[in-house]
Design a protein around this ligand. Structure first.
Ligand code: ARG
Length: 254
């Protein structure tokens, strides 16, 4: 009886040692990385958009790669496009990345990284629209109404060129397209890749051949935050060199 007991005891001890070993071969809990917060507006496919609960897209993935390269964990904060620069200035987020065009006015408020992509302002019209080219829109006497996303370069240029009364600014591009389908407006001016995605997702719309303006997209940081800006630029160089950025872009833009 004693023998059986000590045998059982030995067996239990062996088992617990074995169990302990299993747990010690398990990967150690990852060391807590500091968080880098990105401000964006996630209604801008293929740059940033929701896939279920998750924000995905070119910017989301490039930002994750940059954060990873620099040893940070990325956190994405979705907000109105119009609020991103304010959030960067106020330090609520560390940087803004939203297919954001470098403009002279924005350069007065924030600092921009080197550019990681280019964009073109495109014009979306319903199929069969009398607007055939950008010139039709700007022609003398034309009264066509334009929809844009609030605070974007599309908004800024259209308001400058056509006057505020011909331009309606919507919270995001999806709202503008709904208004276009309702015939509240005659066209939508928005960046070319989001325009393509919107036309693909909504029947009966098309993009005019003539583009409106060429632009460069970059990441913005609080003015004077050269420490973060230098790191971001270093990461952009490295991720361009090793092909990461190209691979990410190629995943979303065929
Ligand atoms: N490129 C344009 C701009 O900088 C539009 C960007 C809109 N981005 C967005 N995530 N909604 O004004």
């Amino acid at each position: 009886m004693k023998k059986i007991l000590s045998f059982a005891l030995a067996a239990i001890m062996l088992l617990s040692v074995a169990l302990l070993c299993v747990s010690c071969t398990e990967p150690e809990i990852e060391e807590e990385k500091p968080i880098l917060k990105m401000g964006t507006n996630a209604y801008f496919k293929p740059y940033e958009y929701y896939d279920g609960e998750k924000i995905v897209g070119i910017d989301a993935e490039i930002a994750a790669a940059i954060a990873d390269y620099l040893g940070y964990k990325l956190e994405i904060v979705d907000m109105e496009f119009d609020s991103i620069i304010t959030a960067v200035k106020g330090g609520e987020v560390d940087f803004g990345m939203a297919g954001m065009t470098i403009t002279p006015d924005r350069l007065l408020e924030v600092d921009f990284s080197s550019s990681y992509a280019t964009g073109v302002q495109s014009i979306i019209v319903p199929a069969g629209s009398p607007i055939k080219t950008a010139d039709d829109l700007f022609a003398e006497g034309a009264t066509y109404k334009v929809g844009v996303q609030l605070g974007t370069t599309g908004d800024i240029y259209a308001t400058e060129d056509l006057g505020a009364d011909r331009v309606t600014a919507y919270p995001n591009a999806n709202n503008a397209v709904i208004a276009l389908k309702n015939k509240d407006i005659d066209c939508v001016i928005i960046d070319n890749e989001p325009a393509k995605a919107l036309v693909k997702d909504n029947e009966g719309l098309q993009i005019l051949d003539t583009a409106y303006a060429n632009e460069s997209y970059a990441i913005c940081v609080k003015k004077g935050n050269t420490e973060l800006l230098d790191k971001i630029n270093e990461a952009i160089v490295a991720l361009t060199k090793d092909g990461t950025i190209k691979t990410i872009v190629g995943k979303y833009i065929k």
